[in-house]
Design a protein around this ligand. Sequence first.
Ligand code: G4P
Length: 527
Amino acid sequence: MSNLAKEISKRRTFGIIAHPDAGKTTLTEKLLLFGGAINTAGAVKSNKIDTATKSDWMEIEKQRGISVATSVMGFEYKGMKINLLDTPGHQDFAEDTYRTLTAVDSVVMVIDCVKGVEQQTEKLMEVCRMRNTPVICFINKVDREGQDPYDLIDEIEEKLNIKVCPLTWPIGMGKTFKGVYNLYTKNLLLFQPSKKKLSGEGVEIKDLASPVLDKNVGDTLANQLREDAELIGGVYPELNVQDYLDGKVAPVFFGSAVNSFGVKEMLDTFINIAPEPRERATEERTIKPNESTFSGFVFKIHANMDPKHRNRIAFVRICSGTFQRGSSYLNVRHDKKFRFSNATAFMAQDKETIDEAFPGDIVGLYDTGNLKIGDTLSEGEKGLYKGIPSFSPEIFREVINKDAMKTKQLEKGLSQLMDEGVAQLFSFEMGARKAVGVVGNLQFEVIQHRLKNEYGASCDFAPMNLFKACWISSKDKKKLDEFVKSKFRHIARDKDGKLVFMAETKAWLQMVQDNFPDIEFHFTSEF
Ligand code: G4P
């Protein structure tokens, strides 16, 4: 096996998704503890933005600092190099999360057993489904009185539209919680609440009829487990790893992250079944990770927190070949080569300079404004990587320039913030109106603050009566031209110059869709 192939086979790049408060930060921390990347609990900071402090600017800036430090956490476990990509939990930053999901090969989804499947999880799962990303489910907080485990897995199947395959099963829940039984390895893990200690090896129970089970969990729960195991065995077929890899079946684990319980079971299965870096499509062809020439794409840009230095860190997911620090790579969009002498790798909480990196790895490149989200870097490849779409935002406001002397600064600032993916800008074809679209209101504050501090520009945001921005296309160019003409007042261009129809209401959009059957309306920029 070549060195490159060896490095690829060792890598597992994944993200954890969860509704805020389900336990993503806690689970992340426990995974890092198992990987030996950190020594103490409490070392991973939550990147949660508290709604109570959301207008407090220092707080948000602090959060941005934390989120850069914990954006990518690399650690080793049983000979594997694992890259964990953090996803912001706050729904106002959902777009950032969607994009991060384009850079992972699989995800772990955390669900709170008390609350079940929550709204944010449903949305994130939709994004995973777009790329058939393999998903492992961790049902957390089983030390609390949660919902019935059968109800929980039914809810996952229904709301998240994916088949499940339970690999561990809880024995009791809340006060009566005794542990989990691994249906796969036939191992019983007894619960010992401990925030510090990592759970141990457990008791092997090859035959559930064994009295050892009763001795450990009591007759009632032992009998319940026997029934459950039989029922599950009948209803859920054994895990077919290919179905998991195709995103059709999600293995399910039960545990308690805060008690480090059930986490190792999941991690051990994860490294056995989670996919190594896979091939990816560009506009021109599919590129395999073991191709010798380097390629990768930018999925996240983080601005420097110090306004005096406007450099930024671009996060690049490596897709093929070997990244070498100091080499020049082609920025496909500009068709121009850039040299990257300053590259950073992320190991747990530290950033360190690296000389080479391999497919699956994320490198941070210092950039002064040449890179934007979705850019492809390569050693000659001309096609852009696909699959980093923009999603139609939910809230729109019109940008009102408050200082005519600073128009240039405002334009530059807006354009750079859009490159970073803070929000989306739509420029109307008629007049000079510009609409900013965001997922959550918090972004308007972020934009205003940063425009002022980093670019010296001031703007206001006026409410706009808009429901959705839909990218439009048609097989029939003439029909598309006619449509644009007839709806000119509602036509805008996105940052890449693509045509967008700005629909005012849901009902009206529906009507327009019915009246123009030759026009396709898309809710993401890639179709
Ligand atoms: P998030 O990143 O998904 O938003 O969630 P986070 O890990 O911050 O966890 C949210 C809360 O849930 C935390 O409590 C955390 O301690 C708790 N938690 C996580 N896992 C478990 C578990 O297995 N069982 C129980 N009972 N609780 C769990 P908090 O009160 O918000 O913070 P803290 O003061 O405990 O740190």
